[in-house]
Write a protein of this length. Sequence first.
Length: 263
Amino acid sequence: MDLGLRGKVALVAAASRGLGRATALGLATEGANLVLCARGANDLEAARDQIARSTGVEIHTVVADLSDAAHVETVASQALMKFGRVDILFTNAGGPPAGTFEKHSWDAWERAVNLTLRSVVELTRAVLPGMRERKWGRIINVTSIAAKQPVEMLILSNSIRAAVTGFARTLANEVATDGITVNNILPGYTRTERVEHLADATAAKEGVSRADVVARFEKEIPMRRLGEPSEFAALAVFLASEQASYITGQSIAVDGGWIKSLL
């Protein structure tokens, strides 16, 4: 199937590892040129080199911390300066730290808002006018299964990703007639550093090993295994495609069946 992505420009956040890197590779495999950003320069350059070697697409990288509004502006301006447009926006950021309510001061809440919500809002603000002008765009936000079913020890993520969901669902209606879709993907327990950190935090709290915690995660998943980043990326690439033009305002889980709700 031709997904219609050849020559499109995709801005992929947190692209040096995990879900972002897998999605960047998936988009590039379909012929999309890339703007990649992440905090770590070495990992970002390694991701760029590997994707460029395997796909041959044009890739521009920006080292940035998306919890800083000035860095968000830099990423967006460099993307527009390099390619003149952004057709696909993939928002993503490392999740807020794990912990119960009493563990987090208001400063921690503010940092989490800046990283998880404000980065989405400001990246969208930067690229949306061009999408509206061209009457085509895809905005894909990485949230979490926590947005539908709260996860223990993740009060910051549970709360703020719900705000991203509300933002995206409302925006989807506002821009639908401009040929722009806005969707969220809810990753479940996937083989990434984020899940390793959550497992470590839970293990420290309970006095057990990381392996014990991961085994518990897997027991909660009907498929009885963690997901792979490539399985997440497959949905992201499809939502970015021409074929997904009538899918908008949705929050779709890639979780092996973990969420128990009907909707």
